[in-house]
Ligand binder design. Structure first.
Ligand code: SAH
Ligand code: SF4
Ligand code: F3S
Length: 450
């Protein structure tokens, strides 16, 4: 269905993770197919869409503050179309329509590819809430991608885990893998369009293929395709120079995957494997399904084969009941492993999740104190890890001009560190060049051409 909306403008605000960024690009693609053009100014748009995140309370609250302003504008401009998509939409559903009656459409992440259909209902005069669980239609839209060089490729939607703190399974639904054929087709199209790097996405990417039928490609249990098989299957698409994937789960992370990463030249030496806590009791209360010993073994295995691989992770501090000694186990893990980056957060109770109603919640003071101490250590370790690049030659895929300094171009190492080059040379964009690293900071580098 293509409802024509010529001369109309849309504005999308994207909060949250890479999944949401990928979803926003697909929704933008649908809107452009409908004839909308994009505007940077929310106040100029005929359609404003918030693609929301619910992972922590502060992420959720953002959308309410943005919405208030557009809801007011709608009183003066009744033709304004207001949409809330993403994880808060799924979490709140109809309740969001009651809270903000100016809204036209509330739609969960499983409905992204049906935006045009849902808008048709809106233009027929309905207020719509699309949050029923749905089989995600294969993506027939053409995403409007934000980069011309690097692209997200969804491989599995949803999550079947039950981590006791996490809202994701509730808002993203059960695991649904895309077929390897559909993924390969998307990668080929991206290569034809000139893309150089792809990132395969899944909340628990190690679950890829478990819900698909057995196939000739499958090297997993019962002949099912796994993430490792998928990497081999898509690896040779000409034009694509780098392949990344996220997010890995320590419970399912396989030794075969490490082998594949070491063997396949395009797969970058970077692993994002959240550990959440360095304490076994806390990991158990989180229902993560592994111990800190197992996590350490995974990292040892990676480093035995790829000593220089970048390792990044996520961690939560002040989970309900976490003692000072248990928190120190998280510090110990970070100190022992020396991560390149850790995304840290204080625990935030989420509606409908088990841990939210436990009676051993910690105070805001404890949360702030532990977060600050962990961040301090993470920065120190990241700075040490950055140091190892000094004087080395690194391959950098140049992705664009530094928005903060137009006299520089910027890109990333294979290990995913942002790297700047003090040259105003836009012709380098989209090329992989060798740079000698001359300066290091905890999370970025500077290099010169050699
Ligand atoms: N699927 C990934 C990450 C999903 S959410 C995984 O399993 O690791 C991204 C990160 O947000 C998580 O890794 C976790 O560190 C953090 N997070 C999730 N729920 C949270 C909560 N209730 N409070 C604080 N941080 C949370
Ligand atoms: Fe959330 Fe756990 Fe699933 Fe990750 S694996 S999305 S933390 S429930
Ligand atoms: Fe947020 Fe939803 Fe991603 S809750 S982190 S946008 S899966």
């Amino acid at each position: 269905m293509h409802l024509s909306q010529p001369d109309q403008k849309y504005h999308i605000v994207t909060l949250g993770c890479q999944m949401n960024k990928a979803d926003s690009e697909r929704m933008a693609g649908i809107l452009e197919t409908m004839g909308y053009s994009s505007t940077e100014e929310a106040d100029e748009a005929d359609l404003v869409l918030y693609n929301t995140c619910s992972i922590r309370d502060n992420a959720e609250q953002k959308v309410y503050s943005y919405l208030g302003r557009q809801a007011k504008r709608k009183h003066k401009n009744p033709n304004l179309t207001l949409v809330v998509a993403g994880c808060v939409a799924q979490q709140e559903g109809e309740a969001l329509l009651r809270r903000v009656p100016e809204l036209d459409l509330v739609m969960g992440p499983q409905h992204v590819n049906r935006l045009d259909y849902l808008l048709a209902q809106v233009f027929n005069g309905n207020q719509v809430a699309a949050t029923e669980s749905a089989y995600i239609e294969e993506d027939i839209t053409t995403p409007r991608r934000n980069s011309l060089i690097t692209a997200w490729v969804n491989v599995i939607y949803g999550c079947n885990e039950s981590c006791t703190y996490c809202i994701v399974p509730r808002v993203r639904g059960i695991e649904q893998s895309r077929t390897p054929e559909a993924i390969l087709q998307e990668v080929k199209t991206l290569a034809q369009q000139g893309y150089k790097e792809i990132t395969l996405l899944g909340q628990n990417i190690d679950a890829y293929g478990r819900d698909l039928a057995s196939s000739d490609l499958g090297g997993g249990v019962g002949g099912k395709i796994t993430l490792t098989d998928l990497l081999y299957y898509i690896h040779d698409v000409a034009g694509i120079e780098r392949i990344r994937f996220a997010t890995s789960h320590p419970r399912y992370f396989s030794p075969r995957l490490i082998q594949a990463c070491a063997e396949l030249p395009k797969v970058c030496e970077h692993f994002h494997i959240p550990f959440q806590s360095g304490d076994n009791e806390v990991l158990k209360a989180m229902a993560r399904g592994y111990t800190h010993e197992k996590y350490r073994r995974i990292i040892d295995n990676i480093r035995a084969i790829m000593p220089d691989a970048a390792i990044t992770a996520d961690a939560i501090v002040a989970f309900p009941g976490e003692t000072e000694a248990q928190f120190e186990n998280t510090l110990n893990l970070v100190s022992d492993i020396s991560f390149d980056l850790v995304n840290t957060a204080a625990y935030s109770p989420r509606p409908g999740t088990p841990a939210a109603i436990w009676d051993n919640q910690l105070s805001e003071e404890v949360k702030a104190d532990r977060l600050q101490r962990l961040n301090h250590l993470v920065n120190q370790k990241a700075a040490e890890r950055s140091q190892r690049y000094l004087g080395r030659t690194e391959e950098i895929l140049i992705e664009g001009i530094n928005p903060k300094n137009p006299a520089q171009v910027m890109g990333r190492t294979r290990g995913n560190r942002i790297t700047f080059l003090n040259e105003n040379s836009p012709e380098l964009i989209s090329q992989v060049i060798s740079l000698q690293i001359t300066e290091t900071r905890p999370f970025s580098l500077t290099g010169i051409r050699i």
